[in-house]
Design a protein around this ligand. Structure first.
Ligand SMILES: [Fe+2]
Length: 228
């Protein structure tokens, strides 16, 4: 009798264990079944409207090696025109930045009876030059053109000359700056005309404003030489 009872107990234990295992598999099917591949949802398409250009993402292009933007500007000005205007702007940027460095040099190295006045005057000029440089570079970027960003490019493409190792007098500093501002103004006048040929009224307007700013500085520099 004892043997029968023992066998029954063993059978019951086996049955309960089997049922529990089956139940566990039902509750967690992923643990026992091989995992199926789940397709990742695609990103939503960007609708840019009927008149928009197709998105051209050139992942293989190195941004600094190309004048092409990842998304071409759709501003009514085609790429060849924008590249021509961009070249004008980069030459202007080179001039603006060289003049920034020259003004900074004069701020540091001026020696004058009225040192503080001249030191502050040159500070005002180099700060303006840095702002001008930034504005020109950003105008080029707005056209989808890569802006110059190295001293090598600035020196190579600027029409302005530096005088390394030379320490001018205050009067010579003022004359040098006047000459450089006027050279930039003359170039911008021609470039503003060319912008109209390239059908870029925005850059034409930008250069017109820049001419006014440089002309004001040129006037202040010129006034330094006027006698009462
Ligand atoms: Fe300073």
């Amino acid at each position: 009798m004892k043997k029968i009872l023992s066998s029954c107990a063993l059978l019951c234990t086996f049955a309960i264990t089997t049922l529990l295992c089956l139940n566990t598999e039902e509750m967690n099917p992923r643990q026992s079944a091989p995992q199926e591949k789940v397709d990742q949802p695609l990103p939503p398409k960007i609708d840019l409207g009927k008149n928009s250009q197709e998105l051209t993402l050139n992942n293989k292009e190195k941004p600094m090696a190309s004048n092409k933007a990842a998304i071409e500007p759709n501003i009514g000005s085609d790429l060849p025109n924008r590249e021509q205007v961009g070249a004008l702007l980069n030459r202007l940027l080179a001039d603006e930045f060289v003049l920034y460095i020259k003004s900074l040099n004069y701020h540091w190295n001026v020696r004058d009876l009225y040192f503080n006045t001249m030191h502050e005057f040159f500070k005002d000029l180099y700060e303006k030059q840095l702002t001008f440089s930034d504005d020109v570079a950003e105008r080029a970027r707005a056209l989808g053109v890569v802006a110059f960003g190295t001293a090598q490019e600035f020196i190579k493409h600027s029409q302005l000359k530096e005088e390394a190792g030379v320490l001018p007098t205050t009067k010579e500093m003022l004359k040098n700056l006047l000459s450089d501002h006027e050279a930039i103004i003359r170039s911008m006048r021609m470039d503003a005309e060319k912008c109209l040929e390239y059908e870029d009224i925005g850059t034409n307007n930008f250069l017109t404003e820049m001419i006014n700013k440089h002309e004001k500085i040129a006037w202040m520099l010129r006034a330094s030489f006027e006698q009462k």
